[in-house]
Structures are given as structure tokens and as C-alpha cells.
Design a protein around this ligand. Sequence first.
Ligand code: ADP
Length: 626
Amino acid sequence: MKKKQFRTESKKLLDMMINSIYTHKEIFLRELISNASDAIDKRYFRSLTDPDSGLNRDEYEIFISADEEKRILKISDNGCGMTADELENNLGTIAKSGSLDFKSENAAENVDIIGQFGVGFYSAFMVAEKVTVVSKVYGAEKAFKWESEGVDGYTLEECDKEAVGTEITLYIKPDTEEEDYCEFLEPYSIQRLVKKYSDYIHYPIRMDFETTKPVEGGKEGETEKVTERRTLNSITPLWKKPAAEVTEEEYNNFYTSKFMDYEPPVKVMHYKQEGAVEYTALLYIPSHAPFDYYSKSYEKGLQLYSSGVMIMDRCAEVLPDYFSFVKGLIDSSDISLNISRETLQQDHQLRTIAKAVEKKIKSELLKLLETDREKYETFYKAFGSQLKFGVYSDYGTHKELLQDLIMFTSSNEMKYTTLKEYVSRMPEAQKSIYYACGDSAEKALKLPQAQAVIAKGYEVLLLTEDVDEFTLQTMMNYEEKKFVNVSTDELDLATEEETKKLKEENESGKELLDFIKESVGGLNSVKFSNTLGGHPAALSSEGGMSIEMARVLSKMPDAGEGLKASLVLEINSEHAVTSKIKELFSQDKDKCAKYCKLLYAQARLLSGLEIENAEELSGLITELMV
Ligand code: ADP
């Protein structure tokens, strides 16, 4: 029979499986059982609308048999089965190929991919040299057999099979010095693996055990060999067990095997809600963002169960966008089995559940923040941006909900701080919450105006992400304290007396200031300042648009021309450079203009802005040097 070829990426994955040095080869069993269970789910679900196609609920099972001599392991299910086309499409290619990027095939990466994504069906090739899949769907006359010995390809042919479902036969590899594959044929070790990884599967996983027992009515000590059929898993879905009876390991195993993550979550929430709408939730907060989390391809959602039967794999409606990182499931007998994507949004029960879930996630995150700072920061590093987006989006509708969950690096020890913590440390005289923006916290900290605020004994929040300032601007204030960007005309550090003095200086120096504005160009105004510490000059902005916001907005694809900050060049009235400029202004206007340009260039650099005319600047500096 002619062999068919695997698609390229499947072939690579398969090759990796076959040559795998992955130490947890045993997970192949979990993957195959999980596929079998999904297939039964599908058949059960279809039978709700087409009763003839299904079985009685208690007839569904996954059956394992092992022949240690022939080295054959079989896993069969009476699920939905696959047609010839499905066998070809589902097993000839890998569903998750899109998420796998096979850049290199070195061993370390090999291990990672298996751990990270779970590789489903192909993991069988970690332990088997040949795999046969015989499958039949409801209503079909014939069954089909798919067979492969690895990368060379596979064959597909018609065959006989009586019952609807799938039977997978693994021809287990010979034992080697490093690896005892025979472990996967030994009934008790199979039982152990099922318990470990698949205990929660809500269909029975059965296997026959050969034992000896006393002959009934026989002589003393007389025994006979009997075959005993045992159910290996406890069937009760994990989330249906009382939380007190579930170990952390069980929660984590369930999570890593079901939600395609290789690291344990930072937080598990398992609870039963009583009341108007009753449901059980098992929710997880991952410890790191999935590789596609901040891209369009990421889909949020929880699994939806109706009394133990999965009715939807990813229900987006129960999770708000700002908590889209949460994984897990909701099981409720109040959700109709026949709920469809179209009726989801109108569904009253579901909306009630969504509201309660949102509240729960928030309170659990707050609790984590209070009780385990380190874990919360791990979480925040991964998903903090999403929370900040949440504050900013929908015109700030959710700011109250999220404001105590967000954090920023603070000049106070350069650590994360919540707004509540910041406010609690504010000296009495401090009226506003100050922040500075930069590419990094260190850069923001070095802004002359930030230094001036710190010199006053106040803390400065150091904003480094594009979304940050928009988040704070959306909130406007926190506990009635206004957010103030230190690089804007809103900075209000000066005392009344200082303000008065500065005003006079600005008035008397008007001619010079106008001259500077004229010479530099592109500025909204130029003024003397007393909040620049040791720096000669700095940039700030007037009006609502800060320098940072304009920079972020101008990067947007549909940025228009109007997105400019009104720039103000602030000149330190007490700096020696200012005396020099004043002197030149009366003696050599030409040179004075050049100095002003230099000063402006310096200020731009400090603010993290580009130099508009590098050639001119280079000329000016050279002139200074020679
Ligand atoms: P995944 O299960 O993550 O989609 P797999 O490689 O494990 O990826 O399986 C690919 C597909 O093959 C499944 O999505 C399913 O449609 C089909 N499949 C696998 N095992 C079975 C089975 N026992 N019965 C029916 N279909 C199956």
C-alpha cells in the first residue's frame, strides 16, 4: 500500500517525539486518554439532539489493555470516532502547528515544546515504534485504519470494526539501557499513571487485572486465576470534589494537563457558589503569559460544563477582557445544555455567573497581593499591562474595580508600589501623586523635574510602558489626589513666595525668553524654572497632552498631525549657563542663539526625544570644541 506523507511541520514534531529525550514520556497516556474523553464528550453532546447516535450515559468508557509479551498497549473508547477524512486531517497534521515554531531542533528545545504545549496524539511515538488507529463513526458501514511507523508516512485503509469509537494500538519500543519501556505495559504502573494524570476524567477508565483468589467452595489454600475488571480513575471530576480533599499537586496536574501550560499557576480558585444561580468554579491564574497573550490570536474564555458535561471549550462571555488571563472552568446545572454561541450574550444565568466570577477574581487577587507579595509580583509582571489596559479602556468604566490591583515602580527603593501604598506614605504637605515617564525606570528617575520632586521628600512613580500614562490620565485621581506628570505645567512644587519670585523673573526676562523661543523654533514657550535641580534646562509640556503621550500616540498607525505636545523649554534661572546666555544676549546675539539651540538639544535628550537636526547639532558642538 502506498504511504502518504505527513505535512512538514507534523513530520518535524513526529521526528522530535521519536527521538525524544524527554524524561516524562509517560504523559503520552494522559494525552491519549484525554483525546478519548473528548471524543466521548462529543458523542454524548451530539446525542442530545440525535438520541439514536449515542449510548446510555453509563455505557461510555475508556478501556485499556496491555499484552506484556507482544508489547502491545491498546486504548479504546466508544466516543465519536473519526471518518477517513478526519483520520487523515487530524492525525496527518497537528492541530497546534501554528503555535509551534520549529526554529531549531536541539534537545533543550525539544523538551520545552513537549512540556509547554502537550503534543497530543503524536506523543504516542515517544514510546511506540508503530501506532495503529482504528476508528468508526456513527452511521458508517465501514471503519478505517490509520497506521504509521514514524516520519516515513502513514497508511490509511478500510477495515472492520463493530462498535462506534476509536481503538489505538501502540507497539511499544524495545527496552534500552536508558529506558524501560516495559513500564508502560505493566498493569500496576498503568494504573498508577492513570491515577496520577487522569483521575478526574469523568468517564470510567477500565482495565482487566489477572489475579488469583481462593476457589469458592474449594479446599483450603486452593486458588484460581481470575480476571477482574477494575475502574482505575475516581471519575468524579476534580472540581466536584470538596476543595479540602484536593491536593495542590492534583490541582496543578489538572491545570498543566488541561490548559497547556508547563508551569504551575500562581493561584487556584476552587469554590461553589450557592444562591440565585448555582455553579462550581475551578479557576487558575497562570504564573506567566502564554506566548501569544498580547497578540490578536489569543482567545480568552473558560470551559463551560452543564452538570459535568462539557458544552463549550472556550466561553469568552464569562471573562472580562481585563481578566482574560484566567483559565479554568465553570460547571452549573443552571446553564442550559443547548446554549449556543448566539444565545450566550442574552443568557441571564451566564451574565450573573460572569459578574460573580469577576468579583471573585478581583477579591482573590487582592488577597494574593496582601498575603503573598512575591507571587503577586510574578503575576503582575506577566499580566499587569492587561490590568492597566482594563483601567484605560471603555472610558474608564472599570477604574474603580481595578485601581487597587495596579502597581508602578516607585522612586521609593525602586520597588513596585500600589497607589494605596503610595498615598499612605505621602507627607501631609504633598497634594498630588507625581509620576515621570521614560524608557526605563532609571531614565524616568533622572528627569530633572523628577529629581526636584524627590528633593522635596516626595515619591515619584516611574512609568515605563506606553499604556501607563493613559491609565493614570483615565483615572485622573486616586483617593482625591490628582495625578501629576512632573514634566508638565501642572507640576506645583513651588511655594507662594517662590512662584512670585519666578513670575517676576519671567516678566523681566521676557525679551530674552522671546529671543530663545524665536531662535530654537517649534516651542510653545520658554520660561525660567526653579525646579530643575542641577540641570541647566529641561522640557515640559502645557495643556493636556504630555510629551510621553504624544510620543505614544504618534506611533499609532492612524496618528494624525495634531498629536503634538505643546513643548515648553524650562531654563534653570540659577544655573551658570543662564548667566552666560544672559551675557551673550547683550553682547553677541548670534552666539547666544547657538547656545540656546544646544541647550534645547540637551533638554530633548533628557526627555528621551530624538534630536530633530543632528547635523546642525554636530556642527554646533564642533564649533564649541575648536
Ligand atoms: P488535540 O487533542 O490537542 O486537538 P491531538 O493531536 O491529540 O490534538 O489530536 C488531534 C485530533 O484528532 C483531535 O483534535 C481529535 O479531533 C482527533 N482525535 C484524537 N484522538 C481521538 C479519538 N480517540 N477519538 C476521536 N478523535 C480523536
